[in-house]
Design a protein around this ligand. Structure first.
Ligand code: ZN
Length: 495
């Protein structure tokens, strides 16, 4: 199956056969969040998309080292080289330490990820924990002649680097345009050209997050952390680098330039970018007032929402689209996703209950062929650049057959035993292991218990002792014991 996986590589703009540098080992790096606020809908898509990539590679038998970073320093407002650090700004506004902000929103991010059933990465490095690695990298880039110091800050010399490299290739930008559009800034700025980007910034006196370096007390540029941490944990060259499309330029383009200038090789073999989520056709932005956090989605606490949407509904909604396609959020699309998710999960419950019963009847050759074809099609979807949209479509077709077996309109006996087993196991593997959809227990425990206790009381009053025993036994299977008290009936967990 391995040799069939094709991945769309942003670098070549074609689908390429996936051939890891050092199979069965696979190194994957994905740009994580800047932790200065609550996780929002825009954070959910890359997290879920690359979780499925990770899960599928594991399913194929690869040994994956998945690194997803936490940006806790150096990410300035408007993604620029000037302006306030996003985390420091939040800390100032909230009157907290910057590291309190980092801890608060890292924990909150993890909580949301857990709800979305996103597997934790193998390593989750923080930028602030890798300052020495970043300083070493700057030193090496200066030594190789691709960076210059200016007033305690260090900038990457884009023009010089672009002479002998394909700067702009990843994002599809024309290097001449990038350079000709950049003014000569001599005398007005620390930078020589506006296309240059910061590797190290000298901290102003009021800047809290600062470290000692050969150039100044300061902090690293935003792009540098990913180059330093990916090469530290995955080597100078690794297999997959992922992130949102919005990171392609300047972030990822700069990462390539830094790695080339430092290590003289391109960092990642395959570059994957997920598309953005729009809201009613518009880009999501705080300034547009259409910003939705994940916790608002889960609780329904936003005037834009018709109600609450469960984590698995959101996960299913995101996976219904291929990751490179746009995805538009609306209440209607989330409601439709909720129906789809429930169908899939009911199928899972049914498939776990189905038992194969032999029969005297001859096997239905056509049906067996059909089932095998559907199973293949589910995997074909994943093998075609992780096309979860196609896979889910075929999964629904497979589900139709499973439902027919469940209702008895297809007898298990007419299916070959191996085909039956493969049908059930494929459905379960696809839903739970690869798409990462789990059953959300919709039952309100308290409500159910109260209702059942009422039945228990009725039965007791009517001296229906077999019924009483049955209800007690039912509770016991759930680890709950009923207590007959003077004040009525109460319950507790079985100790
Ligand atoms: Zn990054």
């Amino acid at each position: 199956m391995k040799e069939k996986l094709k991945i769309y590589n942003t670098l070549s703009r074609t689908k390429e056969l996936f051939e890891p540098i050092n199979a069965p080992h696979v190194g994957m790096y994905v740009c994580g969040p800047t932790v200065y606020g609550e996780a929002h809908l825009g954070n959910a898509r890359p997290a879920i998309v690359f979780d499925v990539v990770y899960r599928y590679l594991l399913h194929l038998g690869y040994k994956v080292r998945y690194v997803r970073n936490i940006t806790d320093v150096g990410h300035l407002e408007q993604d620029s080289d000037d302006g306030e650090d996003k985390i420091a700004k939040k800390a100032r506004l909230e009157k907290l330490e910057p590291m309190e902000i980092v801890q608060l929103y890292t924990d909150a991010y993890h909580e949301v990820m857990k709800k979305l059933n996103v597997k934790p990465p193998s390593i989750e490095p923080h930028a602030s924990g890798h300052i020495t690695e970043q300083i070493s990298m700057v030193e090496e880039i200066i030594k190789n002649g691709f960076a210059y110091e200016s007033n305690g800050s260090v900038y990457f010399d884009v023009e010089k680097y672009a002479k002998n490299s394909d700067y702009g290739k990843l994002s599809g930008r024309i290097v001449e345009d990038l350079l000709s559009g950049t003014r000569d800034l001599e005398g007005q700025s620390e930078k020589r050209k506006s296309a240059d980007f910061a590797l190290w910034k000298k901290a102003s006196p009021e800047h809290i997050m600062r470290w000692v370096s050969p150039w100044s007390d300061g902090f690293p540029g935003w792009h540098l952390e990913c180059s330093a941490m990916s090469s530290k944990y995955l080597g100078k060259q690794f297999d997959i680098h992922g992130g949102g499309m919005d990171l392609m330029f300047p972030h990822h383009e700069s990462e390539i330039a830094q790695s080339q200038a430092c290590n003289k090789c391109s960092p990642a073999k395959y570059w994957l970018h997920n598309n953005m989520i729009t809201i009613n056709g518009q880009k999501m932005a705080k300034s547009l007032g259409n910003f939705i956090t994940m916790n608002q989605l889960f609780s329904g606490s936003s005037p834009m929402l018709h109600g609450a949407y469960s984590p698995m509904t959101v996960r299913f909604f995101i996976l219904q689209a291929q990751y490179r396609g746009t995805l538009d959020f609306s209440n209607e699309s989330l409601e439709a996703a909720n129906k789809g998710y429930k169908k899939i999960i009911n199928g899972l419950r049914i498939s776990k209950k189905l038992i194969y019963i032999e029969s005297e009847k001859p096997k239905d050759v056509k049906l067996n062929e059909e089932l095998l074809k559907l199973i293949d099609q589910c995997f074909d979807g994943m093998n075609d650049d992780f096309n979860t949209a196609i896979t889910i479509g075929h999964l629904f077709n497979l589900l139709k057959k499973i439902n027919s077996i469940y209702t008895g309109s297809i007898e298990t006996g007419v299916i070959e035993k191996e085909v039956f087993d493969k049908t059930i196991s494929t459905y379960g593997t696809m839903v739970e292991n690869i798409l990462g959809l789990t059953e959300e227990k919709a039952t309100d425990m308290e409500g159910f218990i109260t209702a059942l206790i009422e039945l228990y009381k009725d039965a007791k009053a009517n001296k229906q002792y077999d019924k009483v025993d049955m209800i007690r036994a039912q509770f016991k299977t759930q680890g709950i014991v009923l207590k007959d008290m003077k004040t009525g009936v109460d319950w507790g967990y079985e100790e």
